[in-house]
Design a protein around this ligand. Structure first.
Ligand SMILES: Nc1ncnc2c1ncn2[C@@H]1O[C@H](COP(=O)(O)OP(=O)(O)OP(=O)(O)O)[C@@H](O)[C@H]1O
Ligand SMILES: [Mg+2]
Length: 277
């Protein structure tokens, strides 16, 4: 692969499934997609990197380098960039796991090809995620610089019927791709830190494999678009290049016509909960 693909799994919320996605997606990329994969764990508690080391070896290179939280945004940005560049030199895919915090500079997002944000269908999590991505909309909607693709990842999903209503261009006033849902499953929780879903059977493993295949196809599309036109690869080119395919048809492209305040109102109304303050 000419252009190593760089993926960030992030959220400002704790316990939403970032490390579970980062670790399982790394295992999938290495084992199923046969990509040279590096997991870059930016989190101080290092759960995804510890997981990679404790579980049976799947051939993922693991770097645990927490980003500094007390030395200011600039330092954190420079550190993150340097680590990402280093990891990318020997990899086809780099997957970074980061809990977003006050020291994280949104400039770092431009160094990634795709940003995955796990979010459950709970009204509070969706409202918090709307708020979170809105703070970074200047990155995802940038027309001057190459914007990373924003991929919203519904996870810990009990009942997928509400997904279409929850993730619309009205609720999320930003360009995004919607990944197939990862179901809530005891097996996923029990495998945490010990094994990978690619090595398991059952509905949780199936739902994850479907998710991972869709993400892989999207990343491959981004890589091709990057080669064809390194400055202009974007969600739009991805869609033009691929057209509807079996997996990508599970991604919805959304372009907002709504303002953020309308969106907050609608999230509150739709989900029947108080709005985000
Ligand atoms: N699809 C799922 N089904 C059931 N449990 C899940 C699922 N995904 C994650 N979990 C569980 O939720 C908890 C939090 O997951 P995880 O550590 O991946 O989240 P995180 O966002 O990385 O958390 P932190 O903010 O602490 O880094 C773990 O106990 C994990 O096993
Ligand atoms: Mg984590």
């Amino acid at each position: 692969m000419v252009h190593p693909i760089k993926v960030l799994v992030t959220s400002q919320k704790g316990g939403v499934g970032k490390s579970s996605i980062a670790a399982n997606l790394s295992a999938y990329m290495a084992r199923v997609a046969s990509r040279k994969t590096c997991l870059l764990d930016f989190d101080p508690h290092g759960s995804s990197s510890a997981w990679m080391k404790q579980a049976p070896n799947v051939g993922v290179v693991v770097n645990h380098n927490p980003l500094p939280v007390s030395l200011g945004k600039k330092r954190s940005l420079l550190d993150g960039r340097a680590q990402l560049r280093r990891a990318a030199t020997a990899s086809d895919v780099v997957i970074a796991d980061l809990t977003w915090n006050d020291a994280t500079d949104a400039e770092l997002l431009f160094d990634f090809d795709a940003v995955l944000i796990p979010v459950s269908l709970s009204a509070i999590e969706i409202a918090a995620t709307v708020h979170f991505v809105h703070g970074m909309h200047w990155v995802f909607d940038s027309r001057i610089r190459k914007a990373p693709a924003l991929i919203l990842c519904p996870t810990r999903v009990e009942d997928p019927t509400g997904i279409k209503e929850a993730f619309t261009s009205k609720t999320f006033p930003i360009r995004f791709l919607l990944a197939p849902p990862i179901s809530a499953d005891r097996a996923v929780r029990e495998a945490f830190g010990k094994r990978f879903l690619v090595d398991m059977q059952g509905s949780a493993a199936e739902s994850f494999a479907y998710f991972a295949a869709a993400v892989q196809e999207t990343l491959d599309g981004l890589a091709k678009a990057n080669i064809a036109n390194p400055k202009r690869a974007s969600i739009d080119t991805l869609q033009r290049q691929f057209g509807p395919s079996a997996v990508l048809s599970n991604f919805n492209i959304a372009r907002s016509t709504h303002s953020f305040s309308q969106s907050r109102q609608e999230v509150g109304n739709q989900l029947g909960r108080p709005q985000l303050q």
